[in-house]
Design a protein around this ligand. Structure first.
Ligand code: NAD
Length: 372
C-alpha cells in the first residue's frame, strides 16, 4: 500500500494518572481512522506535568514546548496527582505545565461542547424532558479578563471605606483590549456558522465597563463580518438561570474568561458525566485538545478509565485542526452507537446496566476502533 498523501503530526502529552491509558486508546482510534481515510497520523510523545517533574525537574521542559509548537496539533490527556501536591511555593507543580503550555502556544479560545448522549440522559441532575435537543458550544476567552489583570493587596488601609478602622484591601482587575474581544468573537461566529448559526454573547454590560466594550466590539465584528449569524446579548446572571431553565435554546455561548469558567462547569453538569466532556483550546498557532476531566489518580492503572472524553477531544482535533469534518462526524456517530448498544465504562454505568455491558478502557477503545 502506498503512503497516504496527507499526513499530520500530533504531539502527545499523556501526562499523569489515567493519562497514558486513555492516550493509548486515542492512538488506536486515530490509527484506525487514518487507515479508513487514507491520512497518515504520526505521533511525537513528550513529557508534561508530574511525569515531567520526575524526569527533568520541570513541569514543562523546553523540549515539550518545542515539540508542541512543531506539531500540527497537541493532544493532552491529564496531569497532576497527590504525589506532586505541595504547599511549598518553591516546589514545581504539574498545573504549571498546563498553564505554561497554554501560554506558550498563545491559546486564547477555549471551546467546550456540551451535548447530551441520549442513552446517558439519566445521569443528568435535570429531568430528561429539559435535556431534549441540548447541543451547545461554549466559547470562553482564555487569556484576558480578571484572571490576568493587575492584582494586589494592601495592608493598613484606613478611612471611610473600612468603617474608619485600618484593614487589608485586595483587588483584581477585569481588563479587556479590543483585539482580544475581536479575535474571540470571530472564533465564536465562525463556530456558529458550522452549527445552528446562533450566538449568545454573555456579559454584564449593565454594570461593568469592560462588558460594555465587549458588547460594542462583538456587535461591530458581527455587523462587519458575520451578519448571517444571529446574535443575542444576554447578561451573565440570566444565562446562569437559562442554562438550567431551558438549556436547549443555546447554540454557541460566547463569553469572557471568568464568566466562561463558571458557566462551562455549570453547563457541563447537564451531561452528568465528567468522562464524556472534551475541549479544544485554539490560538493563532498549534491548537491543543484535552478532556475536561483530571488525571483520576483514584483509578489510575486499574484499566477502568473512560476513554470517551479523550476520543471526543480527538473528534474536535479532526474538525478544527485538520478540517476532517466527515471523519469527525463518523467518530461521533460511532461513539453514540456504542452507547446506544448499551456499552458502558464503570463511571457511566447505571444500576440497571447488565454486568456484561460494563467494560474497561481497552475494550471501549477496541469497540470504537473496530466500528470505524
Ligand atoms: P478528576 O477529574 O481527576 O477526578 C474526579 C472523579 O472523576 C474521580 O473519581 C475520577 O475517578 C473520576 N474520573 C475522572 N475522569 C474519569 C474518566 N475518564 N473515567 C472514569 N472516571 C473518571 O478530578 P480530581 O480528582 O479533582 O483531580 C485529580 C488530579 O487531576 C488532581 O491532581 C488535579 O489537579 C488534576 N486535574 C487535572 C486537570 C487537567 O489535566 N486538565 C483537570 C482537573 C484536575
Amino acid at each position: 500500500m502506498s503512503a497516504p498523501e496527507t499526513s499530520y503530526r500530533i504531539c502527545l502529552l499523556p501526562g499523569d494518572g489515567i493519562g497514558p491509558e486513555i492516550t493509548a486508546e486515542a492512538v488506536k482510534v486515530l490509527d484506525s481512522l487514518g487507515a479508513v481515510e487514507d491520512v497518515g497520523f504520526t505521533f511525537d510523545e513528550a513529557l508534561l506535568g508530574g511525569a515531567a517533574i520526575d524526569a527533568t525537574g520541570s513541569p514543562l521542559p523546553d523540549e515539550t514546548l518545542a515539540k508542541a509548537k512543531a506539531a500540527d496539533a497537541v493532544l493532552l490527556a491529564a496531569i497532576g496527582g497527590p504525589k506532586w501536591d505541595t504547599t511549598d511555593p518553591d516546589q514545581p507543580r504539574p498545573e504549571q505545565g498546563l498553564l505554561g503550555i497554554r501560554k506558550g502556544l498563545g491559546l486564547y479560545a477555549n471551546l467546550r461542547p456540551v451535548r447530551i448522549f441520549a442513552p446517558l440522559r439519566d445521569a443528568s441532575s435535570l429531568k430528561p424532558e429539559f435535556l431534549e435537543g441540548v447541543d451547545m458550544l461554549i466559547v470562553r476567552e482564555l487569556t484576558g479578563g480578571l484572571y490576568f489583570g493587575a492584582r494586589g493587596r494592601e495592608t493598613g488601609v484606613a478611612g471611610a471605606a473600612t468603617g474608619g478602622g485600618a484593614g487589608m484591601r485586595a483587588f483584581d482587575t477585569m481588563e479587556y483590549h479590543e483585539y482580544e474581544i475581536e479575535r474571540i468573537a470571530r472564533s465564536a461566529f465562525e463556530a456558529a456558522r458550522g452549527r445552528r448559526g446562533l450566538v449568545h454573547s454573555v456579559d454584564k454590560a449593565n454594570v461593568l465597563e469592560s462588558s460594555r466594550l465587549w458588547r460594542a466590539v462583538v456587535h461591530r465584528v458581527h455587523a462587519a463580518e458575520f451578519a448571517d449569524v444571529e446574535l443575542v446579548d444576554q447578561l451573565v446572571d440570566n444565562t446562569a438561570m437559562q442554562l438550567i431553565r431551558n438549556p436547549a435554546q443555546f447554540d454557541v455561548i460566547l463569553t469572557e474568561n471568568m464568566f466562561g469558567d463558571i458557566l462551562s462547569d455549570e453547563a457541563s453538569m447537564l451531561t452528568g458525566s465528567l468522562g464524556m466532556l472534551a475541549s479544544a483550546s485554539l490560538g493563532d498557532g498549534t491548537a491543543l485538545y484535552e478532556p475536561s476531566h483530571g488525571s483520576a489518580p483514584d483509578i489510575a492503572g486499574l484499566g477502568v478509565a473512560n476513554p470517551l472524553a479523550m476520543l471526543l477531544s480527538v473528534e474536535m482535533m479532526l474538525r478544527y485542526s485538520f478540517a476532517m469534518d466527515a471523519a469527525a462526524d463518523r467518530l461521533a456517530g460511532v461513539i453514540s452507537g456504542v452507547l446506544d448498544d448499551g456499552w458502558r465504562t464503570r463511571d457511566i454505568a447505571s444500576p440497571d446496566t447488565p454486568a456484561d455491558r460494563i467494560i474497561g478502557t481497552i475494550a471501549m477503545g477496541d469497540l470504537v476502533a473496530e466500528r470505524l
